[in-house]
Every structure is written in structure tokens, then in C-alpha cells.
Design a protein around this ligand. Structure first.
Ligand code: PGA
Length: 252
């Protein structure tokens, strides 16, 4: 049995006051059983959101981090610093890859650093529109997984988020079938890389224009274990409905 996960990525949204208000309105999530719920506010809001959600059962994530434990890296956040306020970290989001030159070698160091500091990674991968159109989706996902994970010691229950770049923030989600095909491929590549125990226990999430209205299609897929939600996670009602739907579908 894999415990499903619902992750809200707040990206660069929300001031302190807005983040606190959003955190307050997530109170209903503590009643949802059978799902791990994680939110990733901006770094400056992490501590105060963590404080608000302390007894809620909702877990905290960073949206990125540096791989070094400490050092002269102006503007960066280290795993040692992040682990004081969060237990998760999103790594390899396509916005990091696209705008901030995140590459596989750095990602590998970050995944290893997360493990050393007791943080759970959420490794995000996904193809661009032109890569899908050219029939290269499988090759891209394979390359991203090998690049980030080869030679590492990945724990059981490791989390990979399949996020096709063309579906993120576009209002055009993948179909359930496309997401299931990608998730099955991810599980097969994990088996090659890390063995069957890691592959079968890994939690694979779908991300890209997930809403309360379409989550059922993804939650119903056998290889999908939850969602990484951007825009809709800024709306407490939406995020609550998405999280409930994931828990309900995976309990059934
Ligand atoms: P979206 O973002 O739900 O707004 O499409 C998903 C993500 O970037 O993780």
C-alpha cells in the first residue's frame, strides 16, 4: 500500500498576510485521512506557515534548495536551513530547469543532500510540448530520471512528480491516459535504476493544471498516487477538494 500525497506549490505567490490567511483556511485538511498533505510556501513564509499549521498534520516543503550544507552561496537556502522548518523539498521543477539553469548533475547533488539532512525529495520531471510532438516523451523522462538518480541510494516511498511542461499553468491538463502511461514508464525506469522494491513503493504524482474538477481522472489511474498542484492550491476550497478526492480514490 502506497500512502498517496497531495502537494500544494504556492510558487512566488502570497505575502506574509496572504500566506497566513491561506494557512488558516486549510484547517479542514486535518480531517482528511489516508493522504499525506504537503504545502510549499515561499521561503520567507515557510516558518510562519509552519507555525500556523503546527498541529494540523499538514507537512511543509521548500520549492528548491542548494546542495551544500553551508557556505558562501549568496541568495541560496541550504538543506540544513530548510530542514529546520520543512520535511520535504520539491526538486527539478520545470520552472527551475527553464529559468534558473537547473541541471541533472546539480539535481543529483540536491537529492543526495536532502537525504543526508532528513528531507524527503519530490523530484519533478516532464517533457516540453515540442518533445511530445516529436515523439520523444519517453526518452526525455528516461534521461531526466537517469540523470538525477543514477548511482544514488533512493529510499522506498520516493516521490516523483510527472509534470508535462505544456500542462503547467496552461489550463490544458494531460489526459488520464497520458499521465498513466508516463507514470508506468517512470515506475519501469525506477525498477531498472533502483530495483523492484523502490519502484513498487515509489509515489508518482501528476502535476499540470490539476483542479477539483479534473482530479478524479488522475486519482483513478493505477500508477498515480496523488498530485502536485500549483494554481489551484492557492484556493483553499480547491485544494481541500483535490486532497479529499485523492484520499477517497486511493482508499477505495
Ligand atoms: P499548475 O502548476 O497546477 O498551476 O499547472 C503545477 C506545478 O507547477 O507544479
Amino acid at each position: 500500500m502506497r500512502t498517496p500525497i497531495s502537494v500544494g506549490n504556492w510558487k512566488m505567490h502570497a505575502t506574509n498576510a496572504e500566506a497566513e490567511q491561506l494557512a488558516e483556511s486549510l484547517a479542514g485538511l486535518s480531517e482528511v485521512d489516508g493522504v499525506t498533505t504537503v504545502v510549499a510556501p515561499g521561503f520567507l513564509q515557510l516558518a510562519r506557515v509552519a507555525e500556523r499549521l503546527r498541529s494540523s498534520g499538514i507537512e511543509m516543503a521548500g520549492q528548491n534548495m542548494h546542495f551544500a550544507a553551508t557556505g558562501a552561496f549568496t541568495g541560496e537556502v541550504s538543506p540544513r536551513q530548510l530542514a529546520e522548518v520543512a520535511s520535504w523539498v520539491i526538486l527539478g521543477h520545470s520552472e527551475r530547469r527553464r529559468y534558473f539553469c537547473e541541471n541533472d548533475a546539480a539535481l543529483k547533488s540536491k537529492i543526495e543532500a536532502a537525504r543526508v539532512h532528513g528531507l524527503h525529495s519530490i523530484l519533478a520531471i516532464g517533457e516540453r510540448a515540442e518533445e511530445r510532438q516529436a515523439g520523444h516523451t519517453q526518452v526525455v523522462l528516461q534521461r531526466q530520471l537517469w540523470g538525477a538518480l543514477e548511482g544514488l541510494d533512493i529510499p522506498e516511498g520516493f516521490v516523483v512528480a510527472y509534470e508535462p511542461v505544456w500542462a503547467i499553468g496552461s489550463g490544458m491538463p494531460a489526459t488520464g491516459e497520458q499521465a498513466q502511461d508516463a507514470a508506468a514508464l517512470i515506475r519501469a525506469v525506477l525498477a531498472e535504476l533502483q530495483g523492484d522494491a523502490v519502484a513498487t513503493s515509489a509515489r508518482i504524482l501528476y502535476g499540470g493544471s490539476v483542479k477539483a474538477e479534473n482530479i478524479a481522472e488522475f486519482a483513478a489511474q493505477p500508477d498515480l498516487d496523488g498530485a502536485l498542484v500549483g494554481g489551484a492550491s492557492l484556493d483553499a476550497e480547491q485544494f481541500l477538494a483535490i486532497t479529499r478526492a485523492i484520499a477517497g480514490a486511493k482508499r477505495a
